[in-house]
Design a protein around this ligand. Structure first.
Ligand code: PEP
Ligand code: MG
Length: 328
């Protein structure tokens, strides 16, 4: 099997009916980037920049951040890399970051984390923005913000980047050749107002790990709940289908970067509702490429539309049977 996946490494992932699916991988350490070549992924759909912070005793200096970003882009050899600004706070808390109340979050997943923290600790976001701009000098920079809950949070974060762009330009430093800004959609509130943001973002990346936790109000790290809700539930799939539909009229790329996309039937469902970019754990890249080559997207999307309108009692079983019937 492994040898079979290696054969797919240099093959563009296309469905049986010729639809190109972008298969990207998630990463967080510089050494992960080597997996791009090994797996043949199209790029890094989620680079979790907080890893560098979590393994450092103190806030990593801007120069160190910039060096890491430059090394990641060099190692990616021209493939697309989407950097996510830090998602720290909450359960990934750091001793040198304390919120304004001085108290620890009682409910860290819904607490002072990610972009909420970055916007309040503006020095931290400024330094990261500058480091990303410097690290990507002369190259394309793709940056996304985690846990955006309302459009103004995106606007504020982008403003911090644009100030740094203006500063570097004034100083005649080399800038990235292009900057694409995007949001992670992992807080359900954003989906309700996403249309208000589509005129000024390049991409949306759906974080199904947090999104599921917030949709079902079920802690993603609580093992007592791990088996209770299924990613293949009509609630999630209808939600995702609606996001795809909202974005469709705009030149905005929509992808999934949560763990859901790395599972066989889940990936099938995601492609069935129109998603064309999946970013997954490196080990799942080969199996996903193989799966994609067996799919007829037209037949699949007709079937998914029917199932979303009239959900079968067991979506997972229905998808499994259908896949078997179709030789997927
Ligand atoms: C997610 O929430 O789905 C996601 C990709 O981000 P993380 O797992 O880092 O929270
Ligand atoms: Mg998340």
């Amino acid at each position: 099997r492994r040898a079979g996946y290696a054969k797919l490494r240099d093959v563009e992932p296309r469905t049986k009916d010729g639809v190109r699916i972008e298969v990207m991988m998630n990463a967080g350490l510089r050494d992960d980037v080597a997996m791009l070549g090994m797996t043949g992924a199209d790029g890094i759909g989620l680079y979790r920049t907080e890893f560098q912070f979590l393994v450092s005793a103190a806030l990593p200096a801007r120069e160190r951040q910039a060096r890491l970003y430059r090394e990641v882009l060099e190692a990616a050899k021209g493939k697309k890399v989407i950097f996510r600004t830090v998602d720290i706070g909450g359960d990934k808390s750091l001793p040198y970051l304390v919120n304004k109340t001085g108290e620890e979050d009682e409910n860290p997943a819904m607490g002072w984390r990610a972009l909420r923290l970055s916007l309040e600790r503006e020095g931290l976001l400024k330094a990261q923005a500058r480091a990303l701009l410097e690290g990507a000098a002369g190259r394309e920079l793709n940056v996304m913000f985690p846990m955006v809950s309302e459009p103004w949070e995106f606007d504020e974060a982008r403003k911090v980047f644009e100030h740094q762009v203006a500063y570097l330009r004034m100083r005649k430093h080399q800038l990235p050749s292009k900057i694409n800004y995007g949001v992670m959609l992992e807080v359900p509130s954003l989906a309700e107002v996403l249309d208000l943001l589509l005129d000024r973002i390049a991409f949306v990346s759906i974080g199904t790990n947090d999104l599921t936790q917030f949709l079902f109000a079920a802690d993603r790290s609580n093992p007592a709940l791990a088996e209770r809700y299924d990613w293949l539930s009509p609630a999630i799939l209808r939600f995702l289908a609606r996001v795809v539909k909202t974005c469709a009229p705009w030149p905005v790329d929509v992808g999934v970067c949560g763990e859901m996309g790395g599972r066989r039937l889940e990936a099938l469902a995601l492609i069935g509702i129109g998603l064309r970019r999946l970013s997954i754990t490196p080990a799942a890249v080969g199996p996903l490429k193989e799966l994609i080559s067996t799919i007829d997207t037209r037949a699949l999307s007709v079937r998914m539309d029917e199932w979303l309108a009239h959900p079968p009692p067991d979506m997972r079983a229905a998808l499994r049977d259908w896949a078997q019937e179709q030789g997927v």
